[in-house]
Design a protein around this ligand. Structure first.
Ligand code: NAD
Ligand code: ZN
Length: 355
């Protein structure tokens, strides 16, 4: 099959590959809608997970089942399915400890476009189909569903990990698709005042629709100083990091949190070797400000629950989709658009009509 790949760090291109073998518990999928992720950009152009050779990119997809293994009970060829970006090994010990995204090795639940071919091709392989796939429900479009598999799942995990008290104050740093999803999650989890730090006009608009009450422009001064000013010096209960850099963002996050508060990171850190935690702002290590982090949750149940948030009108995932392409060849354009991040972009999707 044909796929769009990372040829090596800094280089992409089309490759021809054999359709992978379908194990007894697995499935082979033909994608009908895919979306590039900022993580693909970190992986290719920053080499953030190290060298990869001719690896098909992409981990956000909705598709059609073309083949299932002999032990698969819930799916058959022709079924339309939501494919989570993260497909854990549910029998692994890390799953039993409660961390399915970290199975077999750190970040090991993340297989597509990390250590196996991803979804930017005519076919791809899914492990443990019964536990990982979900039927695409009626009433949810492909474009909406593809926003759940990584963006909503990751962003909303950011808010779940942020220990938001009912009515508590929240700051979300970075309002790309992940930060916006964190805003949506924070509102659903009961945030009172909700600060969003970002500048792209389209993102600011969606941030308000998803529940942000205050917008902070980080180009007008340090975020923590602006938050402290707006809160009469108090700071916020919960901070979610979904963008930014290693020079300023961690200082701004820690220093925006109240004593006893939580900083929850979902950003894929790259560009330097160390994360600098500011000593004094962290109460010399004694301020009870907790730091949480995690990889996007995957699996069927997570996807069903996120789909219900959309189906029952809690939030609208399609607000994140700003650009639509058609045809396999356009995957390249969509990925480069994601790399360039024009001002009117949140997320592009590519609709596919494959044989
Ligand atoms: P994005 O690039 O669209 O959004 C990040 C935003 O941060 C941008 O709008 C950017 O302008 C803004 N920003 C830049 N500098 C800033 C600063 N100094 N202060 C505040 N904001 C600043 O990316 P995205 O698609 O929303 O993804 C966000 C991050 O989440 C990426 O690093 C991505 O790789 C990562 N990610 C992590 C997981 C996970 O499982 N933890 C999953 C998916 C994506
Ligand atoms: Zn991703």
């Amino acid at each position: 099959f044909k796929g769009f790949a990372m040829k090596k760090i800094g280089e992409t291109g089309w490759v021809e590959k054999e359709v992978p073998e379908c194990g007894p518990m697995d499935a082979i999928i033909k994608p009908t809608c895919v979306s590039p992720c900022t993580s693909d950009i970190h992986t290719v152009w920053e080499g953030a997970i190290g060298e990869r050779t001719d690896m098909v990119l992409g981990h956000e997809a909705v598709g059609e089942v073309v083949e299932v293994g002999s032990l698969v009970k819930k799916f058959k060829p022709g079924d339309k399915v939501i494919v989570p970006a993260i497909t854990p090994d549910w029998d692994d010990e890390a799953s039993q400890r409660g961390f399915p995204s970290q199975t077999t090795e750190p970040l090991g639940g993340w297989k597509f476009s990390n250590f196996k071919d991803g979804v930017f091709g005519e076919r791809f392989h899914v492990n443990m189909a019964d536990a990982n796939l979900t039927i695409l429900p009626d009433g949810l479009s492909d474009e909406a569903a593809v926003m759940l598999v990584d963006m909503w799942s990751t962003g909303m995990m950011g808010s779940e990990n942020a220990d938001i008290p009912l009515g508590g104050s929240v700051l979300v740093i970075g309002i790309g698709a992940v930060g916006l999803s964190a805003i949506a999650g924070a509102k659903l989890l009961g945030a009172g005042r909700l600060f969003a730090a970002g500048t792209r006009p389209i993102s600011v608009e969606v941030a308000k629709k998803y529940g942000a009450t205050d917008i902070i422009n980080y180009r007008e001064g340090p975020i923590d100083e602006q938050v402290r000013e707006l809160t009469g010096g108090e700071g916020v209960d919960s901070v979610i990091i979904a963008g930014g850099n290693l020079e300023n963002t961690w200082k701004e996050a820690i220093s925006s949190a109240k004593a006893g508060g939580t900083v929850s990171n979902v950003n894929y850190l790259s560009g330097a070797d160390n994360v600098l935690i500011p000593r004094v702002e962290w109460g010399c290590g004694m301020s009870n400000i907790s730091i949480h982090n995690g990889l996007c949750p995957g699996g069927a149940v997570r996807m069903e629950r996120l789909a219900d948030l959309a189906l029952y009108g809690r939030q609208d995932p399609e607000l994140l989709v700003t650009h639509k392409f058609k045809g396999l060849d356009k995957i390249e354009d969509a990925l480069y658009l994601m790399k360039e991040k024009p001002k009117d972009l949140i997320k592009p999707v590519v609709m596919l009509d494959l044989d």
